[in-house]
Design a protein around this ligand. Structure first.
Ligand code: ZN
Ligand code: ZN
Ligand code: ZN
Length: 325
């Protein structure tokens, strides 16, 4: 029987269709449910009596449906939405306490950090100032050496296919852009090792004893920018060793501490040897900023929550950082 025959059979049988609807609903309308087939028996260990049996043979198409559970919106939108909602609550608890997180968490030193790739060449982008759209690249500059204009006087809308496209495909450094994406995970891993090390140094303790004095947790959102590059939003929180507020005074999550962690960028030999010219200064654009209101982010926590709510590649709840620092 073809898939079409199965589908028509199911749709023409009201009982079968109702059951299929129930199963599909129970997966949260997953777009690519896992189709399970088989039999289970519940047996009384004392008597060997079969208490309950279940077989998928009686289910529509002979399968039980289970949600795929992916966190990737490109794979399955409904499952990633469920995951995002869960992650949102975990992140919110990590910022304000509750759900097993100490209530004084909201008073712990916290940084909202955005990690962005450096420029690999000018691209069309959406600009905004005081809520209104601005021209992409209004400044009249000489054309690039391929003779293409280096300015763009359009005001791009969010659905503009030009967004993220290089102004000149020959000028854009695709090699380094690809290398950035390929190394983003490793760069973040090294940053997570570097931060506790820098903190340990600031506290005057050996990095192997850092966890006796403090701990660092983070939640991150990974997303793709219009130009196709991986981009991270991270909330980093500094706690005392028990998870409560750090007692040691004079030590905080200063941007300088994060800046110290940036030095690990130079330890990426594969990027440097493959790049066409110079080095990929991978974390050059690390922009640490304390969680506080700015003109651009009047409510940074909300900005992060909004980022966590967008279809992103991955959203994590709060995790301990640098356990093996
Ligand atoms: Zn799914
Ligand atoms: Zn443009
Ligand atoms: Zn060019």
């Amino acid at each position: 029987m073809t898939d079409l025959d199965l589908l028509l059979n199911r749709a023409s049988d009201p009982t079968e269709f109702e059951r299929w609807l129930d199963l599909a609903r129970s997966t949260g309308w997953c777009e690519r449910p896992v189709r399970l087939a088989g039999t289970t028996h519940q047996i009384d260990p004392g008597t060997g009596e079969i208490l309950y049996s279940y077989t998928t043979a009686a289910e529509p198409d002979g399968h039980l449906l289970k949600a795929c559970g992916t966190r990737r919106a490109t794979v399955c939108e409904p499952c990633s939405a469920t995951y995002r909602a869960d992650a949102w609550h975990l992140i919110a608890a990590g910022l304000r306490g509750g759900k097993g997180v100490p209530e004084d968490t909201a008073t712990h030193p916290t940084l909202f950090v955005t990690l962005t790739a450096p420029s690999f060449g000018p691209v069309h982008s959406q600009r905004e100032e005081s809520g209104s759209g601005q021209m992409c690249r209004p400044r009249r500059t000489p054309p690039c050496w391929h003779g293409r204009p280096a300015h763009c006087r359009q005001t791009h809308q969010p659905d503009d296919a030009l967004l993220g496209e290089p102004l000149c495909h020959d000028c854009f450094d695709y090699t380094r852009a690809v290398l950035w994406n390929a190394h983003a995970t490793e760069l973040w891993r090294r940053t997570t090792i570097g931060i506790p090390r820098e903190l340990a140094k600031a506290m005057g303790v050996g990095s192997s004893r850092f966890e006796d004095h403090a701990r660092v947790s983070y939640a991150k959102v990974v997303e793709y920018q219009d130009r196709g590059l991986v981009h991270l939003h991270v909330v980093i929180r500094l706690d005392g060793p028990s998870g409560h507020r750090l007692q040691q005074t004079g030590v905080g999550l200063h941007p300088q501490v994060l800046a110290g962690a940036r030095r690990h960028r130079r330890e990426l030999p594969s990027v440097q040897s493959h790049a066409q010219q110079g080095s990929t200064q991978s974390t050059r654009e690390l922009q640490p900023q304390p969680v506080r209101a700015t003109r651009r982010h009047p409510h940074p926590q909300r900005a992060f929550a909004a980022a966590a709510d967008r279809p992103a590649d991955a959203v994590d709840g709060f995790k301990r950082l640098g356990r093996k620092a």
